[in-house]
Design a protein around this ligand. Structure first.
Ligand code: ADP
Length: 715
């Protein structure tokens, strides 16, 4: 096709192509009226106007055959990038340049200066076979223009030339385009009739390619492309690309709105960009990926029934000229052809396979539905929440395993039964009724007995709305929130306890400090009161310390250890001294090995362990009695024990007392204040030392807490 087109173009007479005769008429008139010489020639020499020159000198010189030859201008007589050209007899012409459709034109406008040189004229007269004196006289009469004037006139003539040639070229292009279009359309319909094109997309490709090649040839473009819109991804992809980078270009996708093509696809309006480097819409990345250099673009939308389905674009005028506005129209005409072709191809192609495909789709749809049903069923079955679905008559259509368990029903047997025959909780049945009536989602909490414990469930009952917006049934999901509720309860109890615990030591502190302030108390009493205040402050400090530790552990930050060599006998003595006089009802007995161990521990944290264990021993032996502190070493393990003869702990509570906030639920323990965070912190600190804690206890006899840490000696 390209060859066919190309060879056709070569047979066109170039003067016809540019309708140069129109110009020649204007050139003649201008030269005559302004008294100047004008000549136009294309760089390749194919388009050449005869010089319009009305000076006596020129007339005389061209009156002979030889003289005409001397005056003949060839492309070689014009040196590249030279503004002034000496043509013959030192007549200097100004050379203005313009481009058209890939062709460079030199427009010579003269004459600027006259050098009076007898020898030169003499030589000329000999060469042209003319009388010297006559030629010299004629030479002297030539009009001479100053440089500025001649350049101004030259600019004017170039403008004029552009206008005239543009019009004639447009006319030519439209003519050619129409001709080509007619040919293409004829070809297309012939092809379509023969059902070749419509049977495969490859032929659509071919067809589009033909269209684009036509555009390229007629518009003298370096490359062209057709993009189609992928509406799912909101992207443009290359359906067809011609030109040197065809393969690279086809791999690229553009976002809707990206680049000039994206802009045209988005707005549905044609666009001519004479210089892409100055247009912010241009997507440079495409050039970077393809190594093609885009300079100018015409891009028009590809519309099917007023909807933009893609864009067509042509790039770069061969030879660096500009695309014209008329060419937009031409490309639009081609685009409409391409759109028709695409639509036709799609239509036929799809029609042919439609029935079969529909059939296939139906089968897969059925299959998919089956799979989907199974999938949903197994999903519902494996849910941890209970699911119950009823139809609009409140007959059960589905229950999952959890629902079967919590409502004590058998799934198979329940299906088809009335809801109130299966679920005995009136609240739930009422809520179902309400949802079916109001078609509104119902969210509520329901309580019912499970085993021997009352459970709380968060229930969400939603209507199933059919296509007529009627309630076809409803589905309920029940989530067991008993534990969450218990945790909530525990939290608020904990807060109550903590505030109580914080207030307890504050009362004596406040009371005794006030006493000291308002009364004249003797030294002895001051000492006593200060002692009490000090003790209570310590208690408060320890409690706050525990709370802070706990919140650090809870926040996942944990506690960090500051290990140092600690003499364990010394540490135990310190703790003992603090607690020795804490209670009159108790006797604290400290038994230490003769030889103390010096090991790497966090001193303050170990004091905290001992403090917590000792406070518990004191607290939970309200009747008083002995409290024994012992330490010993066995196989490189350090052991410590705090033993009381108090309330003791029931077997079922032994494991739980190390849990956060856990407090034994007995009346006796409740009377004694506490927060349930002392032991968890003890355990945490010991585990940080790679050790642990155990408890032995007997109800009403007492408890012994034994901790152990591996011995790490200072190096
Ligand atoms: P708190 O003492 O503040 O309640 P703990 O974590 O220190 O918190 O103790 C948790 C629970 O373990 C206490 O509530 C108590 O029931 C039990 N407990 C701890 N130490 C003893 C002990 N020496 N004798 C009896 N019960 C104890």
């Amino acid at each position: 096709m390209a060859d066919e087109f190309g060879s056709k173009q070569n047979t066109i007479d170039s003067s016809k192509l540019f309708n140069i005769r129109v110009w020649e008429g204007i050139q003649y008139k201008f030269a005559k009226d302004l008294g100047i010489a004008i000549k136009v020639m294309s760089e390749d020499g194919k388009i050449n106007t005869p010089e319009s020159n009305f000076s006596d000198f020129y007339r005389l010189l061209t009156s002979t055959e030889e003289g005409r030859k001397i005056c003949e201008v060839t492309p070689d007589s014009i040196e590249k990038d030279v503004r002034f050209v000496s043509l013959y007899a030192d007549c200097v012409y100004y050379c203005a340049t313009t481009y058209f459709y890939g062709k460079k034109f030199n427009i010579l406008v003269g004459i600027r200066e006259r050098k009076y040189d007898e020898k030169m004229v003499k030589d000329l007269s000999v060469k042209a076979g003319l009388d010297y004196t006559e030629l010299l006289e004629a030479y002297k009469t030539q009009t001479v223009f100053p440089e500025e004037k001649i350049t101004n006139i030259a600019d004017l003539i170039v403008d004029l030339f552009n206008i005239v040639i543009e019009l004639s070229v447009q006319e030519y292009i439209t003519h050619m385009a129409n001709k080509e279009k007619e040919e293409e359309i004829a070809k297309m319909s012939a092809l379509m009739e023969a059902s070749i094109i419509i049977n495969s997309t490859r032929n659509l490709d071919q067809l589009l390619k033909i269209i684009m090649q036509s555009a390229e040839k007629v518009m003298q473009a370096e490359a062209s492309s057709v993009f189609l819109i992928d509406s799912e991804k909101n992207e443009l992809f290359f359906e067809i690309a011609t030109g040197p980078k065809e393969e690279e270009v086809k791999k690229i996708r553009l976002k809707m709105g990206e680049g000039i093509a994206g802009w045209v696809a988005y707005t549905g309006e044609s666009l001519l960009v004479p210089d892409v480097s100055k247009d912010p819409r241009f997507a440079r990345r495409v050039d970077e990926q393809t190594m093609f250099i885009t300079k100018s673009v015409i891009c028009v939308p590809l519309k099917v029934r007023n909807q933009t389905i893609g864009v067509v674009q042509v790039l770069n005028k061969i030879g660096g000229g500009n695309f014209s506005k008329t060419e937009i129209k031409f490309l639009e005409a081609l685009a409409s052809q391409a759109a028709i072709a695409i639509e036709n191809a799609n239509l036929y192609e799809h029609l042919e396979e439609r029935a079969e495909q529909l059939n296939k789709e139906l089968k897969t749809a059925n299959l998919d539905l089956g799979i989907e049903k199974l999938r949903i069923e197994s999903m519902v079955q494996s849910m941890e929440d209970a699911v119950v679905a009823v139809n609009k008559d409140k007959k059960i259509v589905m229950v999952n395993r959890v629902a079967e368990r919590i409502f004590s029903i058998d799934g198979g047997a329940a299906e088809g039964k009335a809801l109130d025959d299966v679920i005995m909780t009136k609240d739930i049945v009422d809520n179902f009724t309400m949802v079916l009536l109001t078609k509104n989602i119902n969210k509520t909490e329901v309580k019912f007995q499970l085993g021997n414990k009352e459970h709380i469930f968060a229930a969400v009952i939603a209507p199933i709305i059919d296509e007529k917006s009627e309630a076809a049934g409803s589905v309920a999901v029940f989530r067991d929130i008993t534990e969450i509720k218990e945790l909530d309860k525990m939290k608020s109890e904990f807060l109550n306890m903590v505030s109580h615990e914080l207030r307890t030591p504050l009362t004596p502190i406040q009371a005794y400090s006030e006493l000291m302030m308002i009364r004249n108390v003797d030294n002895e009493k001051v000492k006593k009161y200060a002692n009490i205040i000090n003790k209570e402050t310590q208690r408060l400090g320890a409690l706050i310390g525990d709370l802070l530790d706990l919140s650090r552990i809870d926040a996942g930050k944990g506690l960090s250890l500051t290990l140092e060599p600690v003499d364990m006998n010394e540490l135990m003595n310190t703790v003992y001294e603090t607690f020795r006089n804490a209670s009159v009802k108790h006797k604290i007995i400290l038994t230490l090995p003769e030889k103390s161990e010096i090991i790497m521990v966090d001193k303050n944290k170990m004091i905290q362990v001992m403090t917590n264990l000792l406070s518990n021993a004191l607290k939970y032996s309200p009747e008083g009695g002995d409290i024994e502190i012992r330490t010993w070493t066995d196989k490189e393990i350090f052991y410590g024990s705090v033993k009381d003869s108090g309330l003791g702990i029931a077997v079922e509570d032994l494991e739980k007392i190390f849990d956060k906030f856990y407090r034994v639920e007995s009346e006796k323990v409740k009377k004694i204040g506490g927060t349930g965070i002392g032991l968890p912190i003890v355990k945490y600190i010991l585990e940080l030392h790679n050790g642990g804690v155990d408890v032995k206890s007997e109800m009403d006899k007492g408890s012994e807490f034994i901790f152990h840490i591996p011995i790490v000696r200072p190096s």
